[in-house]
Design a protein around this ligand. Sequence first.
Ligand code: NAD
Length: 260
Amino acid sequence: MSAGERVALVTGSTSGIGLAIARRLAREGFRMALHGFAPPEGVAAIEEALRKLGAPQARHFEADLLQPAQIERLMAAVAQDHGRLDVLVNNAGIQHVAPIDQFPPERWDAILAVNLSAAFHTTRLALPLMRARGWGRIVNIASVSGLVAAPMKAAYVAAKHGLVGLTKVTALETATEAITCNAICPGWVLTPLVERQLQARHAAEGGSREDVVRQLLVKQPSQDFVTLEQVAALAAYFVSDEAAQTRGVAWNLDGGYAAA
Ligand code: NAD
């Protein structure tokens, strides 16, 4: 079957890593279901760009992933619009940095909801659609924080470790089917999410931007950012037919971060 018949939903594909994965899958000819916050003109520009890259169809769907009822509506709308769902990339994520005893409980709840529970909801609703066609690919964008811990990131580390666990369970429950589930665990990638952290550090610590970047990358042995294209290429491999026996993997793409 050509990619052109297959439908891929990428959550949080209006920005950063999700947008890069959407662009890559569009180039491979998938019909794209986009999702994430963006002003209407931004959404229209992304839809147009993906069609130009090769997606036979590109349409944005709204849903606040903090709300399970909105996730149910999102999945029903994608299924109704396209009549199928073949690839699900759980990418949307948020971050908050604070010591545990000062961590705002509402930020804990939000990070667990967007970074972990949303993937449970999309996965439970995607599996019947994939099983109906006998093929599927689920790619969870975890983080190196799903493999190793860091101070100040209690909710993020807990959610990403949880997402790696959910990946393995999904892989086991689909092990005898043509449906796979794998996770990507990136180190630092320069996206709006990381840019906000850089600016917060700059405001708190001062110094030049180069100093702040060097400090940020101190645990990434390559001392260089992972690129958006590198993450998108690994996602494309997990989605490919060649990856049929790649199951339950949590692949760190992190400049050596988790090896140290
Ligand atoms: P980003 O801030 O650029 O993009 C996040 C996307 O998620 C946006 O499209 C945003 O609209 C969407 N989103 C956030 N909250 C949402 C909500 N409540 N409902 C619907 N959509 C929502 O972030 P990014 O850096 O591209 O991160 C993408 C994923 O990669 C996240 O899961 C993040 O944890 C993970 N990650 C990022 C890095 C990095 O260094 N940037 C490293 C490891 C893992």
